[in-house]
Design a protein around this ligand. Structure first.
Ligand code: SDX
Length: 375
């Protein structure tokens, strides 16, 4: 069968059917299992959304309490994994450490790594332990004490406690909870696609999540919010935004946090995170990043007609919460692991090896010349 015309980057290619996430790129709508992200962000919690992604329905109060109790138990970091992380170079990038940690964890928990054997239990384990791994990475650098499991804290509050070694305020915990909800899934983005390709070979859940972490690391995908903060540092003050951004655009550079393969209007997550950037900034009396971002938005939209995506404001919220910039993408992973695992389990339920074709444009029918006759 001749391959049809190449769709570079698989743009607009529909690769599979899914019941997990719906994106309307024209209207800027995002649904998780049929529920609008704006409603989930204002009324739900990350644990409730994770339950929804895994079980296809919102939990009852009892089911949610059971999930919270189970995930608190699953936060524990095995000593062998703590020692593995400590053996890695202190200058190693947190995303590389996270990828290595998940891969190493598979060797410590073989029950979840048999091909196709993975379950919601494995999904809960990974979603519960990632904040502890992030906390260990950060505390290793800051010399803080090991991370206590703190079953009294929600996933969002526990994430901040693990990273910052202090209990967060109610506002901070809610800001983190909303950020975790907003990052939990996003249909067939590159890292989710990588996870599904891995699962489609009947490889195991931990291998699929290791693939996803490696994919999310790229600045065109998960790494953009760190680079947004570098852009803000380069601009410095709102009056320089126009000059700096226009110079970058003139050099055909990408402005991180803008544009999207699917959204043709504003990413609804950016709308919500812009509001949280303002809210948390006001509470701290520091609206510098927010003011800069508003100005950058105005210039990029006027010059390129581009809209903000989820990465434009997430970094300013995390920065205000006191999170180091190189932990922004690992934080993204600690939320998206709920969506990644839901997609892996959906792939196992309706398995089809993912194997597209390439249109061959290289040489053909060349004559083999023995090495003695080659120049
Ligand atoms: C995420 O897929 C997902 O769902 C991902 C994600 C998720 O939740 O999983 O939403 C998370 O990855 C958000 C995106 C984070 N990345 C960035 O912010 C990096 C900057 N953005 C761009 O690199 C870009 O917009 C992409 C990668 C996001 C989308 O790229 P496309 O669809 O391949 O668009 P393109 O490269 O074909 O660009 C089309 C035009 C080009 O102009 P021309 O060369 O045709 O004149 O738009 C321009 C691009 O130069 N363009 C930009 C731009 N994004 C597109 N110009 C300047 N700055 C940008 N950010």
């Amino acid at each position: 069968m001749e391959p049809s015309d190449v769709q570079r980057g698989l743009e607009d290619v529909v690769a599979l059917e899914s019941r997990i996430c719906f994106i309307d790129g024209q209207q800027g709508r995002l649904l998780y299992r049929g529920y609008d992200i704006r409603e989930l962000a204002s009324r739900s919690t990350f644990e409730e959304v994770a339950y929804l992604l895994w079980y296809s329905r919102l939990p009852s109060a009892g089911q949610l309490a059971d999930l919270k109790r189970r995930m608190a138990e699953l936060r524990v970091l095995p000593d062998a994994l703590a020692r593995t992380i400590d053996s890695l170079p202190s200058a190693a990038l947190p995303m590389d450490v996270l990828r290595t940690a998940v891969s190493a964890l598979a060797l410590l928990e073989p029950e979840e790594t048999k091909p196709g054997a993975s379950s919601i239990g494995g999904a809960q384990r990974l979603t519960a332990v990632l904040p502890t791994i992030l906390g260990w990475i950060q505390r290793r650098r800051s010399g803080a004490r090991p991370v206590a499991a703190r079953p009294d804290l929600s996933q969002a509050a526990y994430t901040l406690y693990a990273l910052l070694d202090r209990e967060p305020s109610e506002l901070d915990a809610r800001a983190m909870d909303v950020a975790l909800i907003l990052h939990a899934d996003h249909e067939l983005n590159a890292s989710t696609f990588a996870a599904r390709v891995t699962a489609s070979t009947l490889s195991d859940l931990y291998s699929a999540i290791t693939s996803a972490i490696g994919t999310l690391k790229g600045p065109l995908h998960g790494g953009a919010n760190e680079r947004v903060m570098e852009l803000l540092a380069e601009i410095g003050t709102p009056d320089r935004a126009e000059e700096v951004v226009k110079a970058k655009l003139a050099r055909h550079e990408r402005i991180m946090g803008f544009g999207h393969r699917v959204y043709k209007v504003e990413d609804p997550r950016a709308t919500i995170l812009r509001e949280w950037s303002r809210k948390v900034g006001e509470e701290r009396g520091n609206l510098n990043d927010y003011a800069l971002l508003r100005k950058v938005e105005e210039v990029v939209h006027r010059e390129k007609g581009l809209y903000p995506n989820v990465d434009l404001y997430s970094g300013s919220v995390y920065s205000l919460l006191g999170i180091p910039h190189d932990l922004f993408t690992p934080l993204f992973a600690s939320s998206r692991v709920a969506g990644w695992t839901a997609h892996v389990l959906e792939e196992y339920d309706d398995l089809r090896l993912i194997r597209p074709m390439a249109k061959y444009v290289g040489a053909t029918d060349l004559t083999y010349v023995p090495i003695g006759g080659r120049t």
